[in-house]
Design a protein around this ligand. Sequence first.
Ligand code: AOF
Ligand code: ZN
Length: 339
Amino acid sequence: MMNEMSFLKVAYELAVAVDPHETAPNPRVGCVAVLDGVIVGQGAHQKYGTAHAEVLALRDLERVDEIYLTLEPCDYFHGKQTPSCTERIIALKPKKVVVGALDPKFQGKNLEKLRAAAIEVEVLEEQHKKPLNPFLEKWHSESPYPYICLKIAQSLDGKITSPTRYITNKTSRTKVHELRSRYSALLTSTETILQDDPRLDVRWAANPGSTEPGFGEQGTRSCSNPSIVIVGERVLSADLKVFQILDRDIEQYRTRDLDAVLRDLKAKGIDSVLVEVGQTLNTEFVKQGFADEIQIFTAPVFLGESEKAALGAEMSLTDFTLTETAELDGDVWWRYVNQ
Ligand code: AOF
Ligand code: ZN
């Protein structure tokens, strides 16, 4: 006889089987529908922009007793691409909905909506022991900080400054745009902005009509620019490129206290931050244990002693495990996770 935990486990296994890169920036979600103690429908969200787990699992069903979901069901928000799963569930009138985790975007609001429709709701957070959705995991953990990833674009001798504008190739930089698009915020410093004048946008990932032919996902998904967080006291003029992109929030923290900045970001509902900074701040993020993940893009060039390294010479990445690597048209990409 299957109990609640084992039905939720089936939903969890359905979600785990999906490649997270396919659903990003959406979470992986699994759903199981039960009638008279038997599974009558199941599904997992397969790809960004396509049907949610609930839609697939509940398709063709007219009656269910219970619905098991790894994540709180969604409801409408600006820019939403698919119908509301909360409304779909309410229309089906199950007796009970069991969820494995809250969605930071809704923070339990949609569970209240189900309860208001006389549906019993239970949250069984224990399901989320393995990192199904690392941003959500971190959100629900004791940590007062968002999920943090450092992005480093460097030469083979580990240098991140260069006499030319870019070190890595276009394939790497396109992957960076896609990476950015998965995060709620991009964090940089006043020094990096003054030195590089970056746009810090997702134009190659987002724009199918890009002026850079051959790059980006060619319209397979649309994504918006993450918020920008700037750390540092220096004054920035309004004509810098980062300020020319208007469809996003920008906030400058005139402090070097990363602990305070990161706590404030979590308090504001930011679940994930991609950090693109220079040596001093990169080193602080690693030294103070803030980095959950580091993604390094390495170009096959040597820039020599006069350029600056990504991390201070005293730093090592012994706390990090290399989990993935790929060759990107001559550049090499390494992903390290803090574990
Ligand atoms: C669910 N079931 O399977 C997933 C959910 O733009 P949309 O319509 O695809 O909505 C994306 C948001 O829905 C996403 O940011 C997250 O909050 C939630 N994901 N919710 O009910 C699912 N993948
Ligand atoms: Zn949904």
